[in-house]
Design a protein around this ligand. Structure first.
Ligand code: FAD
Ligand code: FES
Length: 256
């Protein structure tokens, strides 16, 4: 897959949601090549290593991508301060993205926290037929709920502390939803513990499941081994690069 690196302009910086940062970047060649579930690697001032951020939405016509992120450390703090008109040095699109060849299937998207943004573009491909379960720590960490409501048939929102939607983890509802609704496929992104549970539940119920892993990264293009992830390959254990072979994997492949 081709990827590009250049300085690209922030066209919009939406500060209306206090719990996350939401920017549109004008990068026509990246937007044109990008697929749902891929990510970009951003140079943040003072950092040797780039910071990976998922592509939340792609507008090929306008030549823009949408990035939604929260502050974890210095890199994302610097990123959050970049205003409209500023230029970001971006490498991308990177990774494999979701395989969306079978959008006639009944799909469920399961996102947790910062794992929610990469699912939006994929959910759009199902043209209003997919459902979603979105989980957040609390109301202050919630994001993209209106966006998912716009593109999904049913959206269930959950929070760990009950301050928004139903109280509990996304996995506490998953079993019930998949037995009642007979989904063909589950797409998920979120913390590793959540992905492991989603993977176990879908496997037990014989439902295809694709997970997007968010390992820490360095080069982002398969040249180091920082993002190594243990997988099963021909009944043997092996390592794959999350940045290059993923971030999306068939959940059956992962050795949790
Ligand atoms: C493929 C991929 C897609 C991502 N997409 C998004 C996104 O759309 N929005 C978003 O907000 N974040 C996303 N992340 C996470 C984001 O890259 C990190 O939050 C960011 O790199 C932290 O950089 P920093 O300099 O701000 O913090 P650092 O100082 O590097 O780290 C601060 C803290 O965050 C932890 N941390 C850093 N990276 C990760 C990670 N990957 N997983 C878990 N903990 C981590 C560190 O251990 C440390 O405790 C993604 C990560 C990956 C690998
Ligand atoms: S981050 Fe270097 S190989 Fe993946």
């Amino acid at each position: 897959m081709p990827y590009y690196q250049d300085d690209y302009k922030i066209e919009e910086n939406d500060t209306s949601n206090s719990s996350c940062f939401d920017i549109q970047v004008y990068c026509p060649e990246i937007a044109n090549a990008a697929k749902a579930g891929q990510f970009v690697h951003i140079q943040c001032e003072g950092k040797i290593l780039r910071r990976p951020i998922s592509i939340c939405e792609i507008d090929k016509k306008a030549g823009t991508i949408r990035l939604v992120f929260d502050i974890r450390g210095d890199g994302t703090r610097w990123l959050s301060k970049q205003e409209e008109g500023a230029f970001l040095n971006i490498l991308g699109p990177l990774g494999n993205g979701f395989n969306l060849n079978e959008t006639a299937k009944k799909a469920l998207f399961v996102g947790g926290g910062m794992g929610v943004p990469p699912l939006l573009e994929a959910a759009k491909a199902f043209k209003g037929k997919a459902d979603a379960i979105l989980g957040f720590k609390c109301i202050d960490n919630s994001m993209l709920i209106d966006d998912f409501n716009d593109v999904c048939s049913k959206v269930i929102v959950m929070s760990d502390d009950g301050s928004l939607g139903e109280k509990g983890f996304v996995t506490s509802l998953l079993c019930d939803r998949i037995t009642k609704n007979k989904y063909d496929v589950v797409y998920s992104c979120g913390p590793t513990a959540m992905l492991k549970s989603v993977s176990e539940i879908t496997l037990e119920n014989n439902i295809a499941c694709f997970v997007s892993m968010e390992e820490r990264m360095a080069c982002g293009v398969g040249a180091c081994l920082v993002c190594a992830c243990k997988v099963k390959e021909n009944d043997k254990e092996a390592y794959k690069h999350v940045c290059k072979d993923g971030p999306v994997f068939n959940a059956k492949e992962i050795v949790w």
